[in-house]
Design a binder for this molecule. Structure first.
Ligand SMILES: [Zn+2]
Length: 292
């Protein structure tokens, strides 16, 4: 009785105020409900049940703006300015290097009311994922699915803990992970390399057609990691320098600071895998749309 009465009991959607049954709603983190129709105003790549009403309202405003950005800056691009990688006609990525943004092609995103773009500089890392085939039938392929997992720097969730203000500003406000299906029922995890090559190109990583080489490129070479650490350490040093009251000759101190900033900048650009460049491009695009 409990289950059935719950199934048929209606609850009010916190956004459109319609009374909806259990099959057409989701419970939010704060106990409120969102109906199926209102969920179409959200990104297909977030789980609304993790958030509360106010957060979702803000998110819907964000999505409205994304839709404008998409229509003004992405849709209007020449075909040659967009590189599209699609599997089965439904899953894939479309890159627009000129605006340093990309679209995720996914059937669930097609059903949403607003289009959205992701910025290159929001990407933290990417890797191949594979799901082993559970079928034991003769001739069954090794993997039921392989694809690319794009890990985003994200302002919400566990990764945001301990993020600096600069990192937060560059992080995606809502999405922490994107999974792009590249092949089904296959023996080869390299079926997913089609879009990986473009990502490698974006971030200046070594191209790898063989899985092993590609894998190394995803995780970054030791040299890359070292470069990143050097940049982070230098930033810390700069911060403590600024904090500490400089004694002695102020002119010398200023010069030292300037030198250090340059070192940090160059080190940071090297370690950022072109992200600083993409930040500039994407910021210009967004300013063009939201500016004035
Ligand atoms: Zn609703």
């Amino acid at each position: 009785m409990g289950f059935l009465s719950n199934l048929f009991s209606k609850q009010k959607c916190a956004f459109c105020e319609k009374e909806v049954g259990a099959l057409n709603r989701k419970k939010l983190h704060d106990g409120n409900y969102i109906c199926k129709e209102c969920e179409k105003n959200c990104s297909a790549f977030i789980d609304p049940s993790r958030f509360d009403v106010e957060f979702i309202k803000e998110h819907m405003e964000y999505m409205k703006k994304q839709d404008i950005l998409y229509k003004k800056e992405f849709e209007t691009l020449d075909k040659k300015q967009r590189e599209r990688y699609v599997h089965e006609g439904y899953y894939g990525l479309e890159f627009a290097d000129d605006i340093a943004m990309f679209e995720v092609i996914d059937p669930k995103a097609n059903k949403r009311n607003y289009k959205e773009l992701f910025r290159y500089d929001q990407i933290k890392d990417y890797e191949i994922y594979s799901k082993p085939n559970s079928s034991t039938e003769a001739g069954a392929k090794k993997y039921s699915e392989v694809g690319i997992k794009i890990i985003m720097n994200c302002q919400v969730g566990i990764d945001s803990v301990g993020m600096s203000d600069v990192e937060k500003k560059l992080a995606h406000p809502y999405v922490s992970e994107l999974n792009i299906l590249c092949a089904r029922d296959t023996d080869s995890a390299t079926d997913s390399t089609w879009a990986v090559e473009h990502l490698n190109k974006i971030f200046g990583r070594a191209s790898g057609t063989l899985f092993g080489a590609a894998k190394e490129a995803f995780t970054g070479t030791g040299h890359e990691r070292q470069g990143y650490k050097a940049g982070a350490d230098a930033l810390k040093a700069l911060g403590s320098m600024a904090k500490a009251k400089m004694t002695g000759n102020e002119e010398d101190a200023a010069k030292a600071k300037e030198k250090m900033e340059t070192a940090v900048e160059s080190g940071f650009a090297y370690a950022s895998e072109n992200r600083t460049k993409y930040t500039k491009i994407a910021d210009e695009v967004e300013n063009r749309v939201w500016g004035e």
